[in-house]
Each structure stands twice: as structure tokens, then as C-alpha cells.
Design a protein around this ligand. Structure first.
Ligand code: NAI
Length: 464
């Protein structure tokens, strides 16, 4: 009998396992894959960042180094070597989790899990069935890709993110359905490597949950880089031919249909909670209308001893949100007081420039009727950004008119994904914009743009 059996070894599950073991609980963690780390490490965040970084270097070597006085000969692409880099990064990360499991004496089980009764899990693996008993069972099975009617993913010409990470050849043309995080990140990878990329989005804007002004600026910059956008457009049909796929497109608001042909199509229209094979129906586990496992604020399902965390419970489908839930749940199970502050969870799009956000968007602040101030600072006025030739974008901080408390922060710019950390911390501590503005920032550094935006929220920026 284990104290905790965790189903799923993604960022939610594996972090929960490690934290529970640290707190003295006996833990088993089950996963279908024999490589730990879930979608994030195997076919998500980590491999996509490996390709984003590699393709960024390729683009810089091809176009950007001359401005720094660096002469390069003809730049060539060795896609197989680039993919090998990605595979090595994935291998190092997943092996790292296996090492941590060993260190913390966590039992690793490979196979598909079914919860046959409260506290009892059957695992079907290569060697047959095994049953495990536990005081607590945690569902951390994550999410899976979804497609559209008529678009069956074959991972050859009609791709999910998994197939789009593994292409052995750069497609001449790539149609991306969905201008969300996956569409923009992977669309950027293949555009940099030479594909003609068209992004088709149902809404009349890109990156729907992001601040509107930030999304507009991001679209402008991505268009300048060569991505094409067809907004307000729905895909109503697809036909596979010899050389690729022809999609039928219709204006979302109604109107005449058109077609677009591409060598490959990436479907990036969101993800669904993954609960296949768990036996939740038979157990009587309550799901939400959209199929997420319903939990209370202590991650408890309606079945005693059964908990759920991560993508499978909904909210932001982000690895770090799942990790924080894993830690909080492990602490709750150990009798402590785990907690996640959902108001201060950053979100980052790893295009270049990067796009990062925390807290409320300007639209949300308005909707709530909160009186607010906006402090904005462009990277064109930041010395370090100028020295890097990285002057695109800005930092935007929203603070409450009443007490200057930071309500949200949004950055389009170089290393935005790292810069946002300061503002997440500020929000976690309930800081005011003035607190950030009065904090000494190293010079010259990109972070000074954060300080200046905080100063601007109080109408006294120094450098604009
Ligand atoms: P998403 O929810 O970010 O974006 C999907 C987009 O597809 C939306 O803009 C939506 O309006 C559009 N769409 C939906 N149906 C459509 C249709 N029929 N025709 C045209 N457009 C349509 O989903 P995405 O990009 O697939 O990512 C899945 C999840 O993975 C997200 O929750 C995301 O946060 C997460 N993720 C996070 C990353 C990061 O943090 N850097 C990287 C990759 C994924």
C-alpha cells in the first residue's frame, strides 16, 4: 500500500511525486510512456524550445549578424542535426526526471492505468496487469491534441504539434489552423527554416487570452517576419491530394468560400482533457461540461481519496500551473497547507520577440470597472536593447488608481519570458508599481524597461 499513487508523470504528476516523497510519503507514479516528463518534456514545451532556439540561431546567422560587423559565408541548414539537438535535449530532461525519481525512492510504473475502485489502480503494461493500492490517488493525466471535423491527423501532412516537431523536411508551405500559442511558436520555427506559413484563425485577433494591444503588436511584428494571417476565417473542409492538403476557408461572419493549398497543415486549435481509459465513468467521477475532472479548492474530486491536478482539471493549460498544483496537493496530503495563487501565473509565448503576461489584461480590468493607470515603456529607449539590436516591443504595467497595486503586466520584447518573472514576484507580494519603480535595477539591462514602465504608471519615467 502506497501513501500516494499518481497517474501521469508530466510536470503536474512528477513534481507532485517528488514533493510528496520529500515530505516522507511513499509514492508510485504511473505513465503510459516509458520516458518520464509527459507532454511537456517529450512532445511539448521542451522540444519546441529546442527548435525555437535552433531556428532563431539559423535566422540570426542568415540575416542578422552583418549589422554587428560579423561576416558569414553561405548559411546552410542541417535539419537532421537540428532534430538530433532537440532529441538530445528531450533525452537529457526526461532522464533527469528518472534520476530524481530514483533519488527520492519513487516507484516508477510504465503502463496504462485504470482506477478500479477508490484507492485501487490497475496498470496494464508490457508484462501484464498489476494492481496498486494507495491511501490517495492523483489524476495528473494532462491533455491531448484535438482536431477539427474532416481533418484527421496523420502526423505526415495533417499534423498536431507532435508531428510538427518531428518533420524531417522543411515543407514549402505550411497552413496553421489556430493563432494560439502552438500555432505561433511552431509556425515561427518552420517560417524561419524556409516554409511559407499562413495562420488561419477563427477570431478576428491572434492570441485570444492575451491583452489586445499586446496581441496587435505581436501580430504586426510576426507579419513583418513573414507570417501571413487570415483572421476571422473558419476551415470548413479539407482534401488530401498528392502534394499536400487543400483547405476550404469561409469568413467566420459568413460569405464566399475560398481555398488554400499547402504541403502540410498544423492543427493547433486547443487541447482536451485526457481521461481515456481511467474508468472515471464507472467510478462515478464528476466531470465538467467540457470533460475536465471537477475538483474543489483542495484538488479533491467527488470520490474520497481521489484528487486531480494540471491540464485535466482545466484553467490555464500550462506546465508551471500544473507543477504548482502538484506541490500544493502533495503538501495538503502531508497535512500541510498547500495553495496556488491563480492570480499570479505567468504565461509566455516563445516567438521572438517573446510575449509574456501575468495578471489581468487591460480588457479585463475595464470589464471589472476598476479605475487603473497604464505605464508603458518601449524597448527603443532601452540602452541594452539598442546594443543588442532588439528594440521591438514594450513593457506595459497596469496598476490600480486607488492604491497603485499592480493588476497585470504585459511584455512584448526580447527575453520577455524572463523579464516577466520580476512582475510575477511583485504581484505575489502585492507590490505597487512604485515598489518596482523604486527598486534599483542594474544598468544597462533589459529589466530597466520594466522599472521605467513602473515609473510611467506614476507619470514620471526618466527616459521618455
Ligand atoms: P490555444 O487555445 O492557445 O489557441 C487555439 C487557437 O485556435 C485560438 O486562437 C482559437 O480561437 C483558434 N481556433 C479554435 N478553433 C478554431 C477553428 N475551428 N478555426 C480556426 N481557429 C480556431 O491552443 P493551442 O495553441 O492549441 O495550445 C494548446 C494549449 O497548450 C494552450 O492552452 C496553451 O496555453 C498550451 N501551450 C502553452 C505553451 C507555452 O506556454 N509557451 C506552448 C504551447 C502550448
Amino acid at each position: 500500500m502506497f501513501d500516494v499513487v499518481i497517474i501521469g508523470a508530466g510536470p503536474g504528476g512528477y513534481v507532485c511525486a517528488i514533493r510528496a516523497a520529500q515530505l516522507g510519503l511513499t509514492v508510485a507514479c504511473i505513465d503510459r510512456r516509458d520516458s518520464l516528463g509527459g507532454t511537456c518534456l517529450n512532445v511539448g514545451c521542451i522540444p519546441s524550445k529546442a527548435l525555437l532556439t535552433a531556428s532563431h540561431h539559423y535566422e540570426a546567422a542568415s540575416h542578422d549578424l552583418g549589422a554587428f560587423g560579423i561576416k558569414v559565408g553561405k548559411v546552410g541548414l542541417d535539419l537532421a542535426a537540428m532534430q538530433a539537438h532537440k532529441d538530445k535535449v528531450v533525452g537529457d530532461n526526461t532522464k533527469g526526471v528518472a534520476f530524481l525519481f530514483k533519488k527520492h525512492k519513487i516507484t516508477t510504473v510504465t503502463g496504462g492505468a485504470t482506477i478500479i475502485a477508490p484507492g485501487r489502480v490497475r496498470v496494464t503494461g508490457a508484462g501484464g496487469d498489476t494492481e496498486f493500492e494507495a491511501r490517495h490517488v492523483v489524476i495528473a493525466t494532462g491533455s491531448d491534441t484535438v482536431s477539427l471535423p474532416g481533418l484527421e491527423i496523420d502526423e505526415k501532412t495533417i499534423l498536431s504539434s507532435t508531428g510538427a516537431l518531428a518533420l524531417g523536411k522543411v515543407p514549402k508551405s505550411l497552413a496553421v489552423i489556430g493563432a494560439g500559442v502552438i500555432g505561433l511558436e511552431l509556425g515561427t520555427v518552420w517560417r524561419r527554416l524556409g516554409a511559407e506559413v499562413t495562420v488561419i484563425e477563427y477570431l478576428d485577433r491572434i492570441l485570444p487570452p492575451m491583452d489586445g494591444e499586446v496581441a496587435k503588436q505581436a501580430q504586426r511584428l510576426l507579419t513583418r517576419q513573414g507570417l501571413k494571417f487570415k483572421l476571422g476565417t473558419k476551415v470548413t473542409g479539407a482534401e488530401k491530394g498528392k502534394g499536400g492538403v487543400t483547405l476550404t476557408l469561409e469568413p467566420a461572419a459568413g460569405g464566399e468560400a475560398a481555398t488554400i493549398s499547402a504541403d502540410a497543415v498544423l492543427v493547433a486549435v486547443g487541447r482536451r482533457p485526457f481521461t481515456d481509459g481511467l474508468g472515471l465513468d464507472a467510478l462515478g467521477v464528476t466531470l465538467t461540461a467540457r470533460g475536465f475532472v471537477q475538483v474543489d479548492d483542495g484538488f479533491r474530486t467527488n470520490i474520497p481519496g481521489l484528487y486531480a491536478i494540471g491540464d485535466v482539471i482545466g484553467g490555464a493549460m500550462l506546465a508551471h500551473k500544473a507543477e504548482d498544483e502538484g506541490v500544493a496537493l502533495a503538501e495538503i496530503l502531508a497535512g500541510e497547507h498547500g495553495h496556488v495563487n491563480y492570480g499570479a501565473i505567468p504565461s509566455v509565448v516563445y516567438t521572438w520577440p517573446e510575449i509574456a503576461a501575468v495578471g489581468m489584461t487591460e480588457e479585463q480590468v475595464k470589464e471589472k470597472g476598476i479605475a487603473y493607470r497604464v505605464g508603458k515603456f518601449p524597448f527603443t529607449a532601452n540602452g541594452r536593447a539598442r546594443s543588442m539590436n532588439e528594440t521591438e516591443g514594450f513593457v506595459k504595467i497596469l496598476s490600480a488608481e486607488a492604491d497603485d497595486r499592480i493588476l497585470g503586466a504585459h511584455i512584448v520584447g526580447p527575453a520577455a519570458g524572463d523579464l516577466i518573472a520580476e512582475l510575477v514576484l511583485a504581484m505575489e507580494f502585492g507590490a505597487s508599481a512604485e515598489d518596482v519603480a523604486r527598486t534599483c535595477h542594474a544598468h544597462p539591462a533589459l529589466g530597466e524597461a520594466v522599472k521605467e514602465a513602473a515609473l510611467a504608471a506614476n507619470l514620471r519615467p526618466i527616459h521618455i
